[in-house]
Design a binder for this molecule. Structure first.
Ligand SMILES: Nc1nc2c(ncn2[C@@H]2O[C@H](COP(=O)(O)OP(=O)(O)OP(=O)(O)O)[C@@H](O)[C@H]2O)c(=O)[nH]1
Ligand SMILES: [Mg+2]
Length: 508
């Protein structure tokens, strides 16, 4: 058979198609070459179809996202954004929330270990200080007789020794979760991969650490299987507290409270589950809803959560809630995105499926329906992570000003949550004077109502002054660790956002 003529054919009415020419078989093609060529063409078609399907999928995702409700959670670090998100899930996707309960068990136990770590650090510092002041040959530097300068006793030393294995536990779980920083806060990468890892781990009632599954860890693993996570000493509480001036009081059946008192006596500011040690360290511990809201985990970066509501107003509505880590660098970074850089890599966590977390580029902040801004009323404490003495009120107000003044968000509805109201109440009850921390508060009455009114007015004035165009905003006072009251508020917020969105979509 004569070889096909591969020269371009030009006729008066045909168009020149270089692709068609390239697809023609080469001259003198053998059967083998033909088979290879056809196989390559088949593969090219398959790849092309995959790309087309991917593009169609992305288009569908974008279309779906356009109709979904998009909410952005903003506020400084530790203001309670992630806790509000957890409340959202508890209220509107209760089945999903339930499926994650055991994941939180390990996080809560890690939070407790972090508090114990703080205590051990303070004890260590105290011993070092005493050691420096004494002769190094002193046999028992913690003995109360030998060391009148320290209230620490040899019981404290024994206690510290018995608790130190917890630090190894913390390290191994941290490695398993790919926790990125040390310190006292569990810090994870965005994307929810850590949840997937903890999901299987948390199902084991003994919460055996990962090294227990390695050949060398097997024996240690078996030993640990018999023990609660915080160890016997943890469950017993601070026994040395009976004798030492810094120790908590020994109250049978209330050992956990002794931990809190002990930490308070040492000046370790933390409410991270110390008072609940016996309950949390128990083998059959299952976190309550409130425990889950109190759990502290810091996610670096930006995390987008997609879910379809199971209950509440218009159940079945699709939501995208973006949780932006509140550390100042992250906020600046997010600011860059708002400023129009457009596409960033975020992590989309699909509801209802552990491990179905994918990372992909999506445009966001462009059509957010509402921003839920959290301003904590706990302005007495400094930021835990950074150890920097940030004036929390000033910091929140600055962030609020930047966000309400952003022209790209001119049409976005703002919901301001003054969170951690319980902490404000506790501090006022303890006699703390607001004007010491917020001088402009002046001589107003030092009670919860006056303080919240003062901040409402301040945030409201900034909103009015810096918003590119007039718009309303809603304010609530919240306590995100109280799931009942938060559910009521989120119910109103969610309904309002959906109604406005439907109006914008012209379907209401
Ligand atoms: N007492 C009290 N604690 C709260 C409240 N809201 C949140 N918390 C706790 O405050 C800590 C910080 O809350 P998160 O939700 O992690 O704060 P965040 O804003 O997400 O912080 P970043 O991730 O660092 O930006 C957690 O331990 C919460 O349980 C509240 O209303 N009252
Ligand atoms: Mg967070």
């Amino acid at each position: 058979m004569p070889a096909p003529d591969r020269k371009p054919q030009r006729t008066s009415n045909s168009s020149f198609d270089p692709l068609a020419i390239n697809l023609q078989p080469p001259p003198n093609e053998t059967e083998e070459e033909k088979a290879v060529r056809l196989e390559a063409a088949k593969e090219a078609t398959r790849v092309s179809r995959t790309i087309d399907a991917g593009l169609a999928e992305s288009k569908k995702l974008l279309e779906r996202k356009k109709r979904a409700v998009k909410i952005l959670l903003l506020g400084q670090s530790e203001s309670g954004k992630s806790s509000v998100l957890r409340n959202f899930r508890l209220t509107f996707t209760p089945k999903y929330f339930e499926s994650e309960r055991l994941v939180w068990k390990t996080v809560i136990q890690l939070n407790l270990i972090s508090s114990i770590k703080k205590i051990l650090t303070v004890l260590q510092e105290e011993w070092e200080a005493v050691g420096d002041a004494q002769s190094p040959t002193t046999p028992d530097s913690a003995s109360p007789d030998a060391k009148p300068s320290t209230p620490l006793t040899s019981d404290h030393r024994r206690l510290a020794l018995s608790l130190s294995p917890l630090l190894a536990f913390e390290t191994s779980i941290g490695q398993m979760m790919d926790s990125t920083t040390g310190g006292y806060t569990v810090t994870v990468r965005p994307g929810g991969g850590w949840k997937h890892k903890l999901a299987s781990f948390g199902r084991s009632p003994s919460t055996t650490p990962p090294e227990a599954h390695s050949p060398d860890g097997r024996r240690r693993g078996r030993e640990r299987e018999q023990r609660p996570v915080a160890g016997d000493a943890g469950a017993r509480g601070v026994q040395g507290g009976d004798r030492g001036a810094v120790g908590g009081q020994r109250r049978p059946g209330r050992a956990g409270s002794a931990w809190g008192a002990f930490a308070g006596g040492l000046g370790v500011v933390s409410d991270a589950f110390l008072d609940d040690t016996p309950r949390i360290a128990a083998l059959d511990y299952v976190p309550s809803d409130r425990d889950i809201m109190r759990a502290r985990i810091r996610t670096l970066g930006v995390e987008e959560h997609r879910f379809v509501t199971e209950s509440g107003f218009r159940a079945g509505t699709e939501f995208y809630i973006t949780d932006v880590c509140g550390s100042s660098n992250q906020v600046r970074w997010a600011g860059l995105v708002w400023a129009g850089l457009g596409w960033v890599l975020t992590s989309i966590s699909d509801s209802g499926q552990h491990g179905s977390v994918v990372s992909r580029g999506v445009p966001y902040f462009d059509d957010v329906q509402a921003i839920i801004f959290l301003a904590p009323l706990a302005f007495w404490s400094s930021l835990d992570e950074d150890n920097t003495k940030v004036n929390r009120v000033q910091d929140s107000l600055e962030l609020w000003r930047e966000i309400v003044g952003n022209p790209l968000l001119a049409k976005t509805a703002f919901i301001l949550l003054f969170n951690k109201k319980d902490i404000l109440q506790a501090h006022i009850a303890a006699g703390k004077m607001v004007k010491k921390y917020v001088p402009s508060f002046g001589d107003r009455t030092n009670d919860v109502a006056s303080v919240t009114k003062y901040f409402r007015d301040k945030f409201s004035a900034y909103h009015k002054k810096f918003s590119p165009e007039p718009r309303p905003f809603i304010v609530y006072e919240t306590e995100a660790i109280d799931t009942k009251s938060t559910a009521v508020i989120l119910g109103e917020v969610q309904e309002q956002i959906i109604r406005n969105h439907l109006k914008d979509l012209d379907v209401m």
